[in-house]
Design a binder for this molecule. Sequence first.
Ligand code: FES
Length: 113
Amino acid sequence: MKKETSWFKVALSLNELLWQPNNMTVVEVNGKKITIAKFNNELFAFAYKCPHAGGVMAEGFIDSLGNAVCPLHRYKFSLKTGRNSTGEEYLKTYFIKLNEDGLFVGFEENKWF
Ligand code: FES
């Protein structure tokens, strides 16, 4: 089994997205809602809902350490790894890249060859 990344175009540029004041936005990728965040000139893509009890991550905020903070119970998840600061939950993260062709989100899939 091999892991492959499928890339989906989200926008032509960052300016095309409707950014909230908390530097987050929600896009639909391949029929799935994904949160996109900007922090320290880096882009991150992760699950729309919190794994704890379904809080909408884009309604939370990003703390100064680079954690996405859920609006419901304030669990903190590393933007880089998705790990919860207390190790209880794990926020699904996705690949994201910006190049001259636009902004892309990548899903890792298992493929059998
Ligand atoms: S739903 Fe996110 S911390 Fe509880």
